[in-house]
Design a protein around this ligand. Structure first.
Ligand code: TMP
Length: 208
């Protein structure tokens, strides 16, 4: 059985959650067994850790604590959900994975990149995505989308424009280092058009 593990990455408001869902629905309409997850989250333990991570009241959280909590949430999701799903031949789509940690805790928070990479290997239990779609967006455009949405910022989102710029740069540098794994997409393109592009990359890579 072929198992496929695909991840979506991007700054907040890049539209990655919508694109993850559209890909999932497209696969389901083809009668494929598919699991859609979000990182951090998806399991009871990981969702509890997510609440800690995003709680604005916890502004004393040290950067290394933050790193380890993201990895802890991820390792539970991998062990409890992703590994069993892949073993039974299901396709797994994950809204964020360890590239988020490289971009946010490595490039934006400034933690040592070798340390982050080592932590990522532990948190992901060595699992590497088969493909990653990076929805690239100018943080100023993301801010405009956020204003329209009326949603309040969580602990990470409230870090501001400079932080988001470093996240974006981190993503782009990561993608440039692994061009075969990444497809970088312009997140300003209409969602239906983006979905078509993602679908054709998916089919070419996994369905031929
Ligand atoms: P989400 O709202 O896209 O689910 O992500 C939650 C927040 O957590 C978002 O601001 C990005 C941040 N994040 C990290 O800082 N490091 C990570 O490893 C992950 C997965 C998310």
């Amino acid at each position: 059985m072929t198992s496929v593990f695909v991840t979506f990455e991007g700054i907040d408001y890049s539209g990655k959650s919508l694109q993850s869902r559209l890909l999932c629905e497209r696969l389901q309409s083809d009668h494929r067994a598919v699991l859609l997850l979000r990182d951090p989250g998806a399991t009871r333990i990981s969702e509890k850790i997510r609440r800690l991570l995003l709680d604005k009241a916890l502004d004393e959280m040290a950067a290394v604590t933050e790193l380890l909590l993201y990895e802890a949430a991820r390792s539970q999701m991998v062990a409890q959900l992703i590994e069993p799903a892949l073993a039974s031949g299901r396709t797994v789509i994950c809204d964020r994975f360890y590239d988020s940690t490289t971009a946010y805790q490595g490039f934006a928070r400034g933690l040592d990149l070798d340390l982050v990479q080592a932590a990522n290997r532990i948190g992901s239990c060595g699992l590497v995505p088969g493909h990653t779609f990076l929805l690239d967006l100018d943080p100023a455009a993301a801010l405009a989308r956020k204003k329209i949405s009326g949603r309040k910022a969580d602990r990470i989102e409230q870090e501001g424009l400079m932080f988001q710029n470093r996240v974006r740069e981190g993503y782009l540098q990561t993608a440039a280092r692994e061009p075969d794994r990444f497809t970088v997409l312009d997140a300003q393109v209409a969602p239906e058009v983006l979905h078509q592009t993602i679908w054709s990359v998916f089919v070419q890579k996994f369905d031929e």
